[in-house]
Design a protein around this ligand. Structure first.
Ligand code: FES
Length: 176
């Protein structure tokens, strides 16, 4: 066996049994890099999600209709909201079906069908129910799901102030 072969034979077990210099450096530098990346990215993440958090913190009320215009028969009202979704600002038009219950309490329902999201209409089949034209979901006047849809219609937060109806965010139905 030559000197050169002997040298290789002796060195191989040493390399296999321990961490090489290259591995040590890559672990150390990799760890430091990840730590620095986390330090830089956490403030950036916070910067990016701040508006989203802010939106959830405060509710906006939109003045929609005079209470005196409401009856026990649901009516469709359209209104605009100023929406800030992250950094995207828009003014979409929303719809609410608003009516009074038998005690005279006003309530507002979302028109979005809880089956697959089509737009429902009131009494389109002359049956005093909300009906979805897409796959035939039916709901009572309170929004209770009768067929097809798995859940009741959502409800808007509603308040009355100085004779006006104000609507807030959509929430799960509280009436059924
Ligand atoms: S989306 Fe309304 S019934 Fe399917």
């Amino acid at each position: 066996m030559s000197n050169h072969e002997q040298h290789e034979t002796k060195e191989r077990p040493v390399k296999r049994s321990g961490m090489s210099r290259r591995q040590f450096l890559s672990y150390t530098l990799g760890g430091a890099g990840a730590f620095m990346a986390a330090g830089m990215s956490l403030p950036m993440i916070r910067f990016a999600v701040d508006p989203i958090l802010a939106k959830k913190a405060g509710g906006t009320w939109i003045k929609v209709v005079e209470e005196s215009k409401l009856t026990t028969e649901p009516q469709e009202f359209k209104f605009q909201i100023h929406q800030i979704d992250g950094w995207y600002v828009s003014d979409p038009e929303l719809t609410a079906w608003i009516s009074k219950d038998d005690k005279g309490t006003p309530f507002a329902l979302s028109p979005v069908c809880k089956h697959l999201g089509c737009t429902i209409g009131w009494n389109t089949e002359k049956n005093e129910e909300y009906v979805c034209p897409c796959h035939g979901a039916h709901y009572t006047k309170d929004g209770k799901n009768l067929v097809v849809a798995p859940k009741p219609l959502d409800e808007y937060d509603l308040k009355v102030e100085k004779g006006w109806i104000y609507l807030g965010p959509v929430k799960a139905n509280t009436r059924v």
